[in-house]
Design a binder for this molecule. Sequence first.
Ligand SMILES: Cc1cc2nc3c(=O)[nH]c(=O)nc-3n(C[C@H](O)[C@H](O)[C@H](O)COP(=O)(O)O)c2cc1C
Length: 166
Amino acid sequence: MKSLVAFFSAGGTTAGLAKKIAGMTGSDLFEIVPEQPYTPEDLDWTNPEARCNREFRSGEDVPVSGQIESLDEYELIFLGFPIWYECAPNIINTFCKAYDWTGKSVALFATSGGSEMGETEAKLMPFMPGAKIVHTQVMPGGGEPKASKETAGNKGGKKHKHGKHK
Ligand SMILES: Cc1cc2nc3c(=O)[nH]c(=O)nc-3n(C[C@H](O)[C@H](O)[C@H](O)COP(=O)(O)O)c2cc1C
């Protein structure tokens, strides 16, 4: 059975885990790279106007650079990402929309600063109809504090209320 590890990683933690899983399972590796790379400013979730917060609030797609030639040849796909806002980053939704997942077995893995998968799987499923989730697992990540709906700011782009986050 041929397997693939597809992953997105902004800071390298999930990338490290993805490479380990690929090595252990003999899987091919595909990095999900945004067309527009994230800068450190883009990821500053303490700033309500940072790209990460704007994308979270809008739910917009994040275009992916390149694509997997043929997902058909894989029966099992390990799909990895950092937990953002207690969920998968938008780019994972965008990635999933590009392929036919019918009959695929999918193992979700993530790194986080402490959050569990929560509703991640349920929110992802509409973008991968026909896939069967066979496993989900979160590993400790970079130990960053949690970003949440609250820290992402309000729809109106007002400053978030939590002064303790600076
Ligand atoms: C925009 C953003 C949102 C985040 N949201 C959460 C979160 O909701 N819960 C959590 O435990 N960690 C959160 N984190 C921390 C990351 O999940 C964690 O550091 C992860 O290991 C980073 O993986 P990477 O280095 O592969 O990008 C967030 C990080 C960023 C940049």
